[in-house]
Ligand binder design. Structure first.
Ligand code: GAL
Length: 651
């Protein structure tokens, strides 16, 4: 965290000619990496798009360009006198946005701009901070949505009665770890694996426990062999049918066995894909070294032992020219795709790639338009196991946005993949157009994005996650709704990264909600830089088990009141997973942790809400502890923007 020294003498744009007193602390001198913005990146002295700050035709030299919903909490410590700034909507957007600027102090709204729109002159703010311990700067979406809400704070500054003290820009967040260390042997991951007959098959057996750990595999169908070196089963998948085999793991703490079924009669992705994708960390700066490092980290961090499998390259790998024969090539950042996928496979992991049905990808690289069969064959030749197919420039090809036009490019690539003679998971990416969840399965998708791109802000993550009821009914083994990739750990869309701006409680919410939604889980961070907290989020086997349940149901919202939402997912063993989320109410004051202890809400979960008539047992999934037996109801305390995730077991 950046610490601010007392002496600050700065000449600011709007204050040319006057020396700023040492009693004044400019907000741009604080660590702004923790300022949340609903889209894009915050910039000092520039708008969120990186242009000069400009409000109602007037340009300002100093300030902060951000985007609604934007939040920043400052520890003023009770010694500040006032906060001053100008605020307004930046002129840069061609379409107008509406926002509301607020200054909060110790849970109260101290100043509000009222709704402001593009073209309104900047409003001047002068707020007394006397006695205030913590203040917050908030830009709301103005009551509509965050689209085009480019917001500028001009010369935001705090004045003290004496020399500005050392202050921290944010209140320390406690990155608390809930996942217990399990020394006993445990066989993790899905109990069912899908494959197509006679195709290349690879499956890494996910096992944890204190080493030395002995893992044995019995009863594999002919054509498949287990390699204890990389704990992987590989070979050719058997003829159409269901094949059960037994995995046993032993160590000094005990022995455990689990039956796993290979199904070659139900298609691929019979449970949601678990893996990594390069986009949310590296963006277009992805290269072979980073992908290889990700594969290595997936194994060395232990993630692979919890069932994480796919190493997916997003946009930015494609060469600008095809061969004379029209074959797609990788660019200079990926010297040899075949060697790379072989390496990924040698670890027992799987390889994914990205393209667009349009002539160009969203990043401006070569798309698959009019080369669909050739590209599907190229990917199969390279050993690719997963393709994300992103609409992008296909907008120029489609005649309109009618359903047949939306389906067409996806149906076409499905046909081509079917001719490629390889198991390739098919991920549709078109941001939910035409309610893709209603027809994604029909066009042969294994998963389909239901939304636009996620960012690491509460507004984005929660806005997407809690809006997924619409698609619940359509999720099933082999066909999943995809609310986009995870934003925990070091993220950044490349090349520079920052820690996720979600608070620890928000990160627990993110993983719990995605697990309940039976969403594909694609880690979006640099896995070579994972801290203990991030690893704790991604390696809780009871949480992952909820996501990987073979029944394949997506959770639905069963109760909503006073900012508390309860989501329920039925599981294959007759139990249910229940998430109790404290999402807060619309009042901006609730958006910040004012106290050292995060705000928590007491909630009574009733048997009626859960449709239970008998006694039931409750187990805390994150802490992996039994809470006892209940009739009628049970009580819980849910942190602000946090979650309690339970497994409910009836008698
Ligand atoms: C977007 C897509 C992102 C990422 C990006 C690459 O359309 O939603 O997830 O793939 O394109 O350019």
């Amino acid at each position: 965290m950046k610490i601010i020294t007392g002496l600050i003498i700065i000449v600011s744009g709007a204050m040319i000619g006057c020396t700023v007193s040492k009693n004044v602390l400019f907000v741009d001198q604080l660590d702004l990496t923790q300022m949340e913005s609903g889209w894009g990146e915050n910039h000092i002295n520039k708008s969120v798009d990186g242009n000069p700050l400009k409000i109602a035709g007037k340009t300002y030299e100093r300030g902060i360009g951000t985007h609604a919903v934007s939040k920043f909490l400052i520890n003023t410590g009770g010694t500040a006198v006032s906060f001053d700034a100008l605020a307004g909507v930046d002129d840069e957007n061609s379409k107008p946005g509406t926002v509301e600027f607020k200054i909060l102090g110790d849970r109260k709204v101290l100043w509000s701009s009222g709704i402001m729109k593009q073209g309104d002159a900047a409003k001047s703010i002068h707020v007394s901070l006397k006695g205030i311990k913590k203040m917050a700067m908030l830009v709301t979406d103005g009551g509509d949505n965050i689209n085009y809400d480019h917001a500028d704070w001009i010369n935001p500054r705090i004045t003290y009665s004496q020399t500005a003290p050392m202050v921290s820009s944010v209140i320390q967040k406690e990155y608390y770890i809930l996942t217990p260390v399990n020394n006993k042997p445990r066989i993790n991951g899905a109990s069912v694996v899908g494959a197509n007959p006679n195709h290349d098959f690879i499956f890494r057996v996910p096992v944890t426990g204190k080493p030395p750990l002995k893992v044995s595999v019995k009863g594999l169908p002919s054509g498949l062999l287990y390699d204890s070196g990389n704990r992987s089963i590989s070979g050719k998948a058997p003829a159409k049918g269901a094949y059960e085999f037994l995995v046993t793991a032993e160590n000094a703490e005990g022995s455990v066995s689990k039956k796993i079924t290979i199904r070659t009669d139900k298609g691929l992705s019979l449970t949601p894909p678990l893996g990594w994708n390069s986009w949310n960390c590296w963006g277009l700066s992805v290269d072979q070294k980073k992908v290889k490092a990700a594969a290595d980290a997936m194994v060395s961090s232990g993630l692979a032992d919890h069932g994480w499998t796919y190493i997916n390259i997003d946009d930015g790998w494609e060469a600008s020219e095809r061969t004379m024969e029209g074959e797609l090539l990788a660019n200079e950042k990926f010297p040899d795709m075949k060697v790379l996928t072989n390496y990924v496979h040698s670890l027992g992991l799987k390889s994914g790639i990205y393209s667009s049905p349009g002539p160009q990808t969203c990043g401006g690289f070569q798309g698959s338009y009019q080369n669909e069969l050739s590209d599907a064959r190229t990917w199969a030749k390279w050993g690719i196991d997963y393709v994300k197919y992103d609409w992008c420039s296909y907008g120029q090809i489609a005649i309109d946005q009618s359903l047949p036009e939306l389906k067409k490019p996806y149906e076409l690539m499905r046909k081509m993949l079917d001719q490629a003679d390889r198991d390739i998971v098919y991920s549709l990416c078109q941001y939910g157009m035409g309610k893709v969840w209603e027809w994604g399965a029909e066009v042969g998708g294994n998963l389909w994005r239901t939304t636009g791109d996620i960012t690491d802000s509460w507004n984005s993550m929660a806005g997407i996650g809690f809006a997924q009821s619409k698609s619940s009914a359509f999720a099933k083994p082999g066909n999943w709704n995809d609310p986009d990739m995870l934003v925990v750990g070091q993220v950044g869309w490349g090349p520079s990264l920052h820690p996720s701006k979600l608070t620890p409680d928000e990160q627990y919410t993110h993983i719990s909600l995605w697990a309940l939604l039976a969403s594909p889980l694609l880690i979006g961070c640099d896995m070579t830089q994972m801290d203990a907290f991030t690893l704790n989020l991604l390696t809780n086997d009871e949480v992952l088990e909820i996501n990987q349940d073979a029944l394949g149901k997506q959770a639905g919202l069963i109760s909503e009141k006073d900012g508390i939402q309860i989501w329920m997912k039925p599981l294959s063993d007759g139990t249910m997973a229940v998430g109790v989320f404290n999402i807060g109410t619309a009042d901006g004051t609730e958006s910040f942790n004012w106290d050292d202890q995060p705000n928590a809400k007491k909630v009574t979960v009733t048997a009626e809400e859960l449709a239970l008539k008998t006694k039931f047992k409750v187990r805390d999934a994150w802490r992996q502890t039994d809470l006892g037996e209940f009739t009628g109801s049970f009580e819980t305390n849910v942190p602000f923007h946090g979650v309690m995730l339970y497994r409910i077991i009836t008698q």
